[in-house]
Design a protein around this ligand. Structure first.
Ligand SMILES: [Zn+2]
Length: 405
């Protein structure tokens, strides 16, 4: 066997996110971009490593997976967020130029170079926080060429070795395009017509904002089935603002993921479980909206739960999945184990990947050594940071433990 081997050793606790649970005093041998062997930290690995990294009793987990983000935008809505916090109504915000449409205007105005720089710097911050896979949606152009350019931009950035892996989602149905105000069915037909090109441009998923004031279940079904015909997996923004049927459409079309679910019921949980749809929950947004999704009900029905930052300019500016894991404990009522499993193995299910999200031989060597010795730190130090991040066996963030206070 040729290729570079790195031994990561003196792992105090290895959170595998498999039925093996936590392995103490462990070592992991990485061969090229894959995990080759897991064993006790004192034992010699089956083949001699080229490099040894001593993580000094740190907690090691799979690289975190952010399963819901909207990173392709320009401008900000900070004044709007401040107004909303002081009780401004939706109409007042819209009349002051806020809302999704203000982001659409700013994003359409940005040059490709400006937008590329903004998205790249956001992706770097995900990586710095220990997230090695980011699901990333388009949806702030709402016209054909801009949406396709956003898909290609994400594809170009995904090729960079220093950025996280990117799973691209076409969200042309984020809102009705400004040129189609009052004609949502005509806009839906436009989005349907863009699906084949979106898939060809590199989108692996199609998504729709199925909710009050956005798209109804019939419109959502139309977009999702067209996306599926174009070879994309389906995702749904479902039952976030009201219970309008997004979860049921997700179950009916066999979506990979139904997201948010703040108004989902026990009946919806049963439908998602029956259809094998992952529930991707976003606790930062839930806090911003003042309502929590029924996380325990979903888990009790056997639904796989994933987590997302929902990074977007209107509600959630964080790229820290460490923070999201902590909030999944405190706001959603998950145990630390459940939250960390959701942010790793659950995230992999949510983006339809079997090669990541767990620490096992043959898996991608996407690993994080945290600045902590126990996973309980996620629920204590909200926004826990890594000391080392490996993507495909390559160290991208490393903090020399000898340096610092
Ligand atoms: Zn979203």
């Amino acid at each position: 066997m040729s290729g570079r081997r790195v031994l990561i050793t003196n792992i105090g606790r290895l959170f595998t996110s498999t039925s093996d649970g936590v392995v103490t005093d462990a070592a992991v041998l990485v061969h090229e971009d894959r995990i080759a062997w897991i064993g006790p930290s004192g034992q010699a690995p089956p083949s001699a490593p080229d490099d040894v990294v001593d993580v000094e009793d740190a907690l090691v987990t799979p690289g975190l997976i952010d399963a819901h983000t909207h990173p392709v935008y320009a401008g900000d809505r900070l004044a709007e967020i401040s107004m909303r916090s002081a009780g401004a109504s939706y109409a007042e915000i819209a009349s002051s130029g806020g809302g999704i449409r203000s982001t659409v205007a700013a994003t359409r105005d940005a040059t490709r170079k400006e937008l590329a720089w903004l998205v790249e710097s956001r992706l770097m911050s995900w990586m710095a926080g220990g997230t090695t896979t980011v699901e990333a949606k388009t949806g702030y152009h709402l016209e054909r060429d801009g949406e396709l350019a956003a898909i290609r931009l994400l594809g170009d950035l995904a090729a960079s070795p220093r950025l996280p892996r990117v799973e691209i989602t076409f969200l042309g149905a984020h809102d009705v395009g400004p040129e189609f105000l009052g004609r949502p069915d005509d806009y839906v037909e436009e989005v349907v017509a863009w699906c084949a090109d979106a898939g060809a441009a590199g989108a692996g998923f199609v998504d729709v904002f199925c909710d009050a004031g956005y798209f109804g279940p019939d419109q959502a079904r139309r977009v999702l089935l067209a996306g599926r015909d174009a070879g994309m997996g389906a995702r749904v923004h479902a039952d976030e603002l009201d219970r309008t049927g997004g979860s049921r459409v997700a179950a009916e079309v066999g979506a990979v993921s139904a997201d948010h679910l703040l108004y989902a019921t026990e009946e919806d949980a049963a439908a998602l479980a029956g259809a094998g749809v992952v529930a991707t929950l976003c606790p930062v947004t839930a806090l911003a909206m003042g309502r929590m999704p029924p996380a325990r009900v979903l888990l009790d029905h056997g639904v796989t739960v994933a987590l997302g930052t929902d990074h977007n300019p209107g509600q959630s500016g964080t790229t820290s999945m460490g923070l999201v894991v902590g909030l999944a404990v405190h706001a959603l009522g998950l145990s630390v184990d459940e939250a960390l499993t959701a942010a790793t193995a659950g995230g992999a299910r949510s983006v339809g990947r079997v090669d990541r999200g767990t620490v096992a031989p043959g898996q991608l060597a996407d690993l994080v050594a945290w600045n902590a010795e126990h996973e309980g730190a996620f629920a204590w130090e909200l926004g826990l940071m890594p000391r080392w991040v490996w993507k495909g066996g390559r160290a991208l963030v490393s903090e020399d433990p000898e340096v610092g206070p």
